[in-house]
Design a protein around this ligand. Structure first.
Ligand SMILES: C[S@@+](CC[C@H](N)C(=O)[O-])C[C@H]1O[C@@H](n2cnc3c(N)ncnc32)[C@H](O)[C@@H]1O
Length: 319
């Protein structure tokens, strides 16, 4: 990409960020999209969350995928392209590449250049026989550069329970868009966290060392540095709540006093105790996920569950 095109891309992402922040902070329940957590610092903090003792999803899904990958190999034809949504550090990818030499091309898609670039270098070094085609993009938007028509087989991969960040309607819209993007030959492996004891969930999103709190507050730091905001980070506190009626963990940033915050020329009033809703992490049941897939043009053809039904890997096929 030329430097002019890169600069246009940076300007349009900044404008999208600004528009989304102004719209989100203007709602009666203030909110920010979780996709804005992930600048370079946010991606590093996410990797640090994965290492906390409370955050079970990463180690549980990684152990599960070690079993899934050899079983999945029987489904995957040679010359396959692996397309990963929200690839982050691409650590789980290695389990698939190790078990399936028939994957000859890897396309990681991530919104965070800070995560994508080092991950791509590591995969290229470790798998010299695999062609790596990085895509820095927002996977909730159409991706014009994704051309999969020439590949004999396509395997989509969406680990990390990132699908849980969507509302049910957004998840269905994403699965439909992924179906169109991945094309007629696609299989899609999706990792999803399952409903469980709320005490385990709340601890996972509010670790004792405060790494998740720093991750949550990082979005305010980004607004300050990239959009000319004046959030005082000491006046907002991380909160993690289980919302039983919507079967989701929620992360919020709670204002610790009445205050006015500016983003550029725009002013936003906060009452003490008012929150900005920054993330949902929906938890699924096997039945509920199957219904979501079906409503989105996919059949659930195989499922693998971690011990104690802590996490699931779902294999979807287009119909
Ligand atoms: C929860 S992390 C999961 C990372 C990794 N796949 C894993 O399983 O550990 C979510 C990843 O998705 C990326 N991401 C979040 N929203 C995105 C979006 N709208 N478009 C592209 N990437 C996104 C983030 O940058 C981050 O790397």
């Amino acid at each position: 990409m030329s430097s002019a095109a890169l600069s246009d891309l940076a300007t349009s992402s900044r404008n999208d960020f600004l528009d989304d922040v102004l719209a989100g902070l203007s709602q009666s329940q203030k909110s920010l999209s979780p996709k804005y957590f992930y600048d370079e610092a946010g991606s590093d903090l996410f990797e640090a969350i994965c290492l906390t003792p409370e955050y079970y999803p990463t180690r549980t899904e990684t152990a599960l995928l070690a079993h899934v990958a050899p079983a999945l190999s029987a489904w995957v034809q040679s010359g396959c392209v692996l397309v990963e949504f929200g690839s982050g550090a691409s650590d789980k990818t290695r389990l698939l590449l190790d078990a399936m030499p028939q994957i000859t091309t890897y396309m990681p898609i991530d919104i965070s250049a800070g995560a994508l670039e080092p991950a791509v270098d590591r995969i290229k070094d470790a798998y010299p026989g695999v062609t790596v085609v990085p895509v820095e993009a927002d996977f909730t938007q159409p991706i014009a550069t994704l051309d999969l028509a020439t590949y004999p087989a396509v395997l989509g991969f969406f680990p990390g329970s990132t699908i849980g960040n969507f509302t049910p309607a957004e998840a269905a819209a994403f699965l439909k868009a992924a179906r169109a993007m991945l094309g007629p030959k696609a299989l899609f492996l999706v990792g999803a966290d399952l409903v469980k004891d709320p005490a385990i969930l709340v601890a996972a999103y509010d670790d004792a060392a405060g790494v998740t709190a720093a991750f949550n507050l990082n979005v305010l730091k980004r607004i300050n540095t990239e959009l000319g905001g004046d959030f005082d980070l000491a006046q907002f506190a991380h909160r993690a709540r289980w919302n039983a009626s919507d079967a989701r963990m929620e992360m919020h940033l709670e204002s610790l006093r009445d205050q006015i915050v500016h983003v550029g020329h725009h002013a936003f009033a906060f009452r003490k105790g008012e929150t900005i809703h920054t993330e949902n992490s929906h938890k699924f049941t096997v039945k509920g996920f199957g219904a979501l897939a079906l409503a989105s043009g996919w059949t659930l053809v195989e499922q693998w569950l971690a011990p104690d039904d802590a996490f699931a890997a779902f294999l979807l096929e287009r119909f």
